[in-house]
Design a protein around this ligand. Structure first.
Ligand SMILES: CC(C)(COP(=O)(O)OP(=O)(O)OC[C@H]1O[C@@H](n2cnc3c(N)ncnc32)[C@H](O)[C@@H]1OP(=O)(O)O)[C@@H](O)C(=O)NCCC(=O)NCCS
Length: 337
């Protein structure tokens, strides 16, 4: 059954109206979310558009609530994640109401239709993230019958004050392990005559590592088709070639730390992974040190990351580097039976 916007509208304060987000609204929605975003969550409108274009999610539903002046006052969205759709039928859901309009039933009305859309499209479970500094989100999730099941932790390192002197030289560490560290930018230059062959080898290698990263919902077994994956992972704002570091053994990728550099002076690690056979040799720490070295020459202020609470290995590395954790983000779930 189609989304019943009239049912939502009926329950909104009379000054507000609801509609589905159109393509032209992508930037306005991001600007609304950016008003409350942490440095890691913040996204430039242009980057958000590029990332959404690279990763189509045909089942995504975004509902927009506007006031009489056309200003966005609430946004709700749900999606199965498109090519990242979890094999267990988990969908993500998120709702935000501008503070002036809270406790007027806006989020409840949105969530009901979002959940209906997800169920209609065979969702088995809805998963929502509530930031540790937004206790209203936790109260709302509980009132809507969601249950806390998992924690994720955002943390940051202050790049200008980071001192690498207390650490072994990352290239020396790599050499001892028999691997070479190179930036993605360097490797693109080295493989200039056949970048695609290089990326085609990289994709399954990083996908295998990514599937080992603890996460609240399982990842698909297979990576997206190459052409799609290329746009999502190897091009665009999600990867900054000079600060994205790859570890190679005999020319083959055995580790990768993917860095994104944003216009708000923050860089963010989208992914760090080391192949199983290469763990415990200091390679991940060495890759992060190399990324930090590059970022410090580029005026980047903060370097952020997000890890599952259970990710002892990566959290241990980040602690050693001096990352400071935010209050944990709690993941809430509702299962459909
Ligand atoms: C969570 C949030 C979306 C709620 O928006 P809202 O439009 O104010 O929510 P509603 O008015 O529809 O609330 C529905 C019910 O949730 C519960 N609830 C919502 N906010 C609450 C609060 N601050 N304290 C206690 N209960 C709360 C109540 O039971 C409420 O019903 P009631 O007002 O009749 O008692 C809003 O506070 C917000 O944007 N927070 C930041 C983002 C976030 O954390 N989103 C949730 C995770 S996706």
């Amino acid at each position: 059954m189609a989304t019943d916007l009239a049912a939502v509208a009926k329950r909104l304060p009379p000054e507000l109206r609801v509609r589905e987000r159109a393509d032209a609204d992508i930037e306005r929605v991001v600007e609304f979310q950016n008003r409350w975003a942490t440095p890691s969550q913040w996204m430039s409108p242009a980057a958000a558009r590029a990332m959404q274009n690279a990763s189509p999610e045909p089942l995504r539903l975004v509902l927009l609530v506007e006031d009489t002046g056309g200003r966005v006052q609430a946004v709700g969205s749900t999606s199965n994640g498109g090519l990242f759709a979890s094999p267990d039928g988990s969908w993500r859901v998120g709702v935000r109401t501008a503070p002036e309009w809270r406790r007027r039933g806006v989020a409840r009305a949105l969530l009901e239709q979002l959940a209906h859309h997800a169920r209609t499209n065979k969702a088995m479970r809805l998963v929502a993230a509530v930031r540790g500094d937004e206790p209203e989100g936790a109260r709302f999730a509980e009132a809507m019958g969601y249950r806390a099941f998992h924690e994720r932790i955002d943390s940051y390192i202050d790049v200008p004050s980071f001192d690498a002197a207390g650490f072994d030289d990352p290239d020396a560490t790599a050499e001892r392990a028999g691997v070479r560290l190179a930036t993605y930018a360097e490797l693109l230059r080295e493989h200039a005559s056949d970048v695609e062959a290089f990326q085609r080898e990289l994709l399954p290698a990083i996908w295998d590592m990514a599937r080992d990263v603890p996460s609240p919902t399982p990842m698909p077994e297979q990576p997206p088709p190459f052409e799609q994956a290329k746009r999502m992972f190897f091009e665009g704002p999600g990867i900054d070639p000079p600060s994205t570091i790859i570890a190679l053994r005999d020319g083959h990728t055995v580790g990768m730390s993917v860095t994104m550099v944003k216009e708000n002076g923050t860089a963010y690690t989208n992914f760090t992974g080391v192949a199983r056979a290469e763990r415990g040799k200091g390679i991940a720490l060495a890759m992060k040190l190399r990324a930090l070295r590059d970022l410090s020459t580029r005026g980047v202020k903060l370097f952020g990351t997000t890890n599952d609470e259970q990710n002892a290995a990566m959290r241990g590395i980040n602690r050693r580097l001096g990352y400071v954790p935010d209050a944990p983000t709690t993941m809430y779930e509702k299962r459909f039976s």
